[in-house]
Design a binder for this molecule. Structure first.
Ligand code: NAD
Length: 510
């Protein structure tokens, strides 16, 4: 069934409209364009979301500019109090948010709660903002002259987020942006937009002043309006690589600070001395969690020939124990985000066959614990994938795990370093020397040693290399505070008559 067909089938249930959020309240804007929001486990439309016009974005940025003026002057103590209140509210009510994530994204409840936990971690890091916002002071750099630096907010900052983490990715950025004294305009994915409004209402409850947190829903028109708006000082983007590249180039063209996190193809190299049971567990967890719709999912296992047959058998056996179905029913894996995406992902199984790979587990037509109309695809395992195949090269972003057989460490490393992506990778081995060599030699931003999804904790920063990150600042951690602040250096002397006199030379120290 096409998206349009599904919409027609459930049109009667799709009358609710999700508004933007401006000045601490829902706002309809002026655009009449909307997009359907599906429940992927049912395959039906549950609401419509507004798609902002450029003038709607302008109105939202005007409100945010007023918010930025108010918030930048709030004391550190006041800002911290609001952050702590937000943290407490989010922790107390995370179950509500998890339900929203499951209903619109499809991820199972335990995974939704995991997403929120990793976002909360960044809120907690942001609560410690006083130590991150401190400047430096050098006394008497020249006689009776001191130099010190201050960190100040940018003003209005834009965040554009992807469908696969409707809560965590916005939390990565806005917690730090707000802690640093900025006002945020968030443009969430139009596929699962409700979490953004829920979070916005929570900020109001926590005492954040009007205009400091704004949500504009939309598609390319809203994104382009944010990119071009003169009062938006920075753009933080997360999404697919082609769009990340576009965002990076456009934001730079319009004079903005930009960090644009892109797509991924994450490899897990399994050496012959690894514990194969732990490696198989890890491959299944990291390959099929969230139906493979994670930028840190393992999508390729590089299995050294000597252990490849045994490892593939162990992975396949574990896959047989997974339950695919409605995320509300305690299953292991939910549906894909849209019907079109499900069909695209499933299409790679035929591509694999025609490219000479062997399909070990085919996830099409599996029995699911859920509505027949859902966008289902079961866990799929493809062995002996040639690196020339689109199955290897493309970011599939679904529950399809490829196995590429390699001769040894050097062969595996060469494949990883030959990939245009460099988001995450993992090595499974019991050899410390091999692991240490891997961490030095691999051209990837986040590395796991016997850890399959190496998402750094909030006080380190998150980001990949190569086509997985455009810009020079990663997300959250120390990079987050660097990105969302601008530094001022002050050179100060309190007047002393002995320093009078004319001297047109360039200032030097005495
Ligand atoms: P996407 O690129 O389709 O969309 C991301 C955002 O860009 C959305 O808000 C969307 O509305 C907007 N957008 C879409 N098309 C646009 C266009 N033509 N012009 C301007 N804006 C546009 O990505 P997605 O499908 O929502 O998310 C999945 C992708 O995100 C995957 O590639 C995944 O790897 C990546 N991702 C990366 C990370 C990371 O940290 N590197 C994290 C999560 C997701």
């Amino acid at each position: 069934m096409t998206d349009a067909g599904t919409l027609e089938r459930s049109a009667d249930r799709a009358t609710t409209i999700l508004d933007h959020w401006v000045d601490s309240a829902p706002w309809a804007g002026t655009s009449t364009r909307t997009a359907p929001v599906f429940n992927p486990a049912l395959g039906s439309v549950q609401k419509q979301v507004r798609l902002a016009s450029a003038s709607d974005v302008d109105r939202a940025v005007t409100s945010a500019s007023a918010g930025a003026d108010r918030w930048r002057d709030a004391s550190i103590a006041k800002r911290q109090a609001v952050l702590f209140a937000f943290r407490e509210l989010l922790n107390a009510r995370k179950g509500e948010l998890a339900d929203i994530l499951t209903a619109e994204h499809g991820k199972v409840t335990s995974d939704a709660l995991g997403e929120i936990a990793r976002g909360l971690e960044v809120v907690e890091f942001a609560c410690g903002m006083p130590s991150q916002m401190k400047g430096a002071y050098s006394e008497n750099v020249s006689t009776d002259i001191d130099v010190y630096s201050l960190r100040q907010p940018l003003g209005v900052v834009g965040i554009i987020s992807p469908f696969n983490f409707p809560a965590m990715v916005p939390l990565w950025f806005f917690s730090i942006a707000i802690a640093a004294g900025n006002a945020v305009v968030l443009k969430p994915s139009e596929k699962d937009p409700s979490a953004a409004n829920w979070l916005a209402a929570l900020w109001s409850e926590a005492g954040l002043p009007d205009g400091v947190f704004t949500v504009v829903h939309g598609d390319k028109e809203a994104v382009d309006a944010l990119l071009q708006h003169p009062d938006v000082r920075s753009i933080s983007f997360v999404g697919s690589t082609p769009i990340a590249r576009y965002i990076y180039e456009q934001a730079a063209r319009f004079g903005k600070r930009v960090q644009a996190l892109g797509g991924a193809k994450n490899h897990m190299l399994v050496l012959p001395d690894a514990d194969l049971d732990l490696a198989a567990d890890a491959a299944v967890n990291a390959g099929f969690g969230s139906a493979g719709e994670r930028c840190m999912a393992i999508s390729v296992v590089l299995a050294v020939d000597a252990i490849a047959d045994e490892l593939v058998a162990k992975i396949a056996e574990r896959m047989g124990r997974l339950r695919t179905g409605d995320g509300m029913r305690g299953c292991d894996m939910g549906p894909l985000i849209t019907e079109a995406h499900r069909d695209k992902v499933a299409g790679y199984i035929d591509t694999a066959r025609s490219d000479g790979a062997s399909v070990v587990v085919d996830g099409r037509g599996i029995e699911v614990d859920g509505d027949a109309g859902g966008f289902w695809l079961g866990p799929t395992l493809i062995d002996r994938v040639p690196t020339s195949s689109a199955v290897y090269r493309d970011e599939i972003f679904g529950p399809v795990l490829s196995v590429v057989r390699v001769e040894g460490y050097a062969d595996g490393l060469g494949i990883i370093n030959g990939s245009p992506y460099g988001n995450g990778t993992a090595i499974f081995t019991n050899d410390g020397g091999a692991a240490r060599r891997f961490q030095r030699e691999v051209q990837v931003g986040m590395i796991g040693i016997n850890v399959p999804i190496p998402v750094p904790v909030a006080y380190h920063s998150f980001g990949g290399w190569k086509d997985s990150l455009f810009g020079d600042a990663k997300a959250y951690g120390p990079h987050g505070f660097d990105f969302f602040t601008q530094e001022k250096a002050v050179t100060s002397r309190w007047l002393d008559p002995s320093h009078g006199g004319l001297n047109l030379g360039f200032p030097q120290h005495d």
